[in-house]
Design a protein around this ligand. Structure first.
Ligand code: TMP
Ligand code: ASP
Length: 238
């Protein structure tokens, strides 16, 4: 049972449920880029992102990664375990794209092997600046042991996702993960969707993710639908 609104972010809203250990996350159609400076709303975006996220959480759980995912309450509403979000965004990069190709002498499309793991401080106020372990410790964001655990999990998630998406004709240049604490455990939280990953078609290297919106590359909903068609084909049957 969905109850009162707990928190509303740029693309998702979080509600309490009857059970204090569980929350309901609504994936909305609104989207923003560049720290909220660019805004829009696209019909069905929330549905596709929720379905892609749910499927990737299921895949990761099957492969031994603990996540907050419990199930779906509706097409765009996910039931999750309540966690305390760790205010560190883990970004894993396999191919240079986006900000790393702007800030450093990497060529867009250049493979990054081994993958690069970056930590950003999750803070709208400070514009999500890149941090390192010493800054995270000094800010009290996480312990060294927690940071070791989330880095190791992020690399495991990367291996699983790269393999799985590759079978569906998708490259994964980079993505962002968030983790949370719950009952002494660290769980993968938030979402894994076209808003938080770069997905490129393997054959054409065309963007099938939020870069379509960020850089006006065409039809956003067609791109998200294409990822859903490959990752969760069941939702298009019947
Ligand atoms: P970037 O190249 O803009 O730094 O983005 C790296 C990855 O992180 C990309 O897959 C998109 C994702 N991302 C988010 O999920 N949230 C954000 O606020 C930003 C800037 C990027
Ligand atoms: N999520 C951030 C924003 O909404 C930045 C981005 O994804 O480009 O502003």
């Amino acid at each position: 049972m969905k109850k009162d609104l707990l928190y509303s972010g740029k693309a998702k809203s979080v509600y309490r449920t009857d059970d204090p250990r569980e929350l309901l996350v609504e994936f909305r159609d609104s989207l923003t880029a560049f720290d909220g400076k660019k805004k829009s709303s696209v019909e069905k975006k929330g549905f596709y992102n929720a379905q892609i996220s749910a499927e990737l959480f299921r895949l990761l759980e099957k492969n031994g990664v603990k996540t907050h995912f419990i199930g779906m309450a509706s097409g765009n509403e996910m039931i999750v375990r309540a966690v305390d979000i760790i205010k560190i965004e883990l970004i894993v990069r396999n191919i240079a794209a986006g900000s790393i190709a702007k800030k450093y002498p990497f060529k867009e499309g250049q493979p990054l092997r081994p993958p690069i793991v970056i930590m950003d401080y999750k803070s709208d106020e400070y514009g999500d600046p890149m941090i390192n372990e010493d800054i995270a410790l000094a800010l009290g964001l996480a312990s060294r042991a927690e940071m070791d655990k989330i880095r190791e999990t992020a690399l495991k998630v990367n291996d699983i996702l790269v393999g799985h998406l590759g079978e569906h004709g998708l490259l994964l240049p980079d993505f962002k993960l968030e983790f949370g604490r719950s009952g002494g455990e660290i769980l993968l939280a938030d979402e894994i969707s076209c808003d938080t990953c770069r997905f490129w078609d393997k054959a054409t290297r065309k963007s099938l993710d939020k870069d379509v919106f960020r850089f006006d590359k065409g039809d956003l909903v067609a791109a998200y639908r294409e990822v859903a068609r490959r990752v969760v084909p069941e939702i298009f049957r019947g």
